[in-house]
Design a protein. Structure first.
Length: 413
């Protein structure tokens, strides 16, 4: 994973080196001495997975009941590396009846393992879906239904933990201090991925390697970008756009939206509503739509592009038609066209003064994805330091939950 700074940000990072170095030093001191929830609990529990797997019944599908960080990280990995899985993963993360019905009519429950994930144990969507699937499992398996459901929740508290312990269900824990959006490298994401055949140790290797590089001051570009991005945010650039020219990373963009939005959209100590709005587009598709807004719309966006350099899959255009719309494409490859499309987009944006960086991979691998996840965590928490806010709470989300619980008649609300 390599970060290439566009001209505007490259000039800015060199200009502000001293300020960035000071802030980086303060951040590293906290990281090295205290750590953060995602760094302290990374990979905990993996050693138990093989033993747990050995006592589970046969299954071909995994149905994950979870929402937000309880499911999005797993989906991100599943969508990025579909060829590395030997089980199918289905995710129910909605209360929309149409989507629930569609999944239940698609997946063979008799060949499925259900994993219910909720740290609090009271997430409304997960609770409802868990009740629905328990009924389905009872109808399908009778007295043996308990072997077909697995719980991942708080180790000590919450109704889901209490229910699991009372009925002696198979279960794993989520560290109480680890929020869902930071949990993909914990049991929340790693266990379903492991059961599905994904090489979780490669993912962890990349994340730990990147974290060590940061701690040892080998890698500094995450801080340089974070510092430059905040410079533009303070000048009104309140949108951070991700645009991968690797379609498999679209769900990564959706995962990043939750991480960035939920961590940084806050009311600060001065009572100001702050936060940079994250969005995702996909190249080259959106090169024919929203790129018009990026180029000539309001100057309020900082953009992150993603590129895979590997030409391992390379498809050539061998047919020739002597017409202007076709003739110049003869003997070109689609990889060559994709690279030129990205280069053209970057050049156009730079010419029009739009700040951007490019994250490059020689090849997108689980290890590189691990590095990218850790980059995202560190960028988010470093940005929170610059904004002087807590990146690990979500009071705006909790307020909405309380209103929902009250309207539904939950005890205590």
């Amino acid at each position: 994973m390599k970060i290439v700074f566009g001209k505007i940000l490259d000039e800015l990072r060199h200009k502000n080196t001293a300020d960035c170095r000071l802030l980086r030093g303060e951040f590293l001191l906290k990281l090295n001495v205290e750590g953060f929830p995602f760094s302290k609990h990374i990979g905990n529990g993996v050693k138990k997975y093989e033993e747990i797997k050995s006592v589970l019944p046969y299954f071909e599908n995994i149905i994950i009941l979870g929402i937000g960080g309880s499911a999005l990280g797993t989906k991100m990995i599943y969508d990025a590396f579909p060829h590395l899985f030997n089980k199918k993963i289905y995710i129910l993360d909605t209360t929309e009846p149409y989507e629930i019905d569609k999944l239940l009519n698609t997946v063979d429950i008799a060949k499925s393992l259900v994993i219910s994930i909720s740290k609090s144990g009271s997430t409304i969507e997960t609770a409802g879906l868990t009740l629905l699937l328990i009924k389905r499992l009872k109808n399908e398996f009778g007295d043996l239904w308990k072997n077909r459901i697995f719980f991942i929740t708080d180790p000590m508290s919450g109704d889901l933990r209490e229910y699991s312990n009372e009925n002696d269900f198979n279960s794993l824990s989520i560290p109480p201090e680890l929020g869902g959006r930071y949990s993909v490298l914990s049991n929340v994401g790693l266990f379903p991925l492991y059961l599905s055949g994904f090489p979780v140790m490669e993912l962890l290797e990349g994340a730990i390697e990147y974290l060590d590089d940061i701690k040892n001051d080998i890698v500094i570009d995450v801080f340089e970008f974070g510092h430059c991005n905040m410079y533009f945010y303070e000048k009104g650039y309140n949108i951070l756009g991700l645009m991968p020219y690797v379609k498999r990373l679209k769900t990564f963009g959706e995962w990043f939206i939750q991480l960035w939005g939920e961590s940084l959209g806050k009311i600060n100590k001065k009572g100001e509503h702050i936060g940079q709005t994250p969005i995702v587009a996909v190249g080259p598709t959106d090169q024919h739509s929203i790129i018009q807004l990026f180029n000539e719309g309001p100057k309020d966006k900082v953009l992150i592009f993603f590129e895979e350099l590997s030409d391992e899959i390379n498809i050539n255009i061998e047919e020739k038609i002597d017409k202007k719309a076709f003739s110049y494409l003869h003997n070109k490859s689609f990889k060559e066209i994709l690279d030129i499309e990205l280069a053209g987009t970057l050049e156009s944006l730079s010419d029009l003064g739009v700040p951007n960086i490019l994250i490059q991979y020689d090849k997108l691998t689980p290890k590189e994805m691990g590095r990218t996840i850790m980059f995202s965590y560190l960028l988010t928490v470093f940005t929170a330091k610059l904004l002087e806010i807590d990146p690990f709470d979500q009071p705006g989300v909790e307020k909405g939950k309380k209103i929902m619980y009250k309207k539904l008649g939950k005890e205590g609300y």
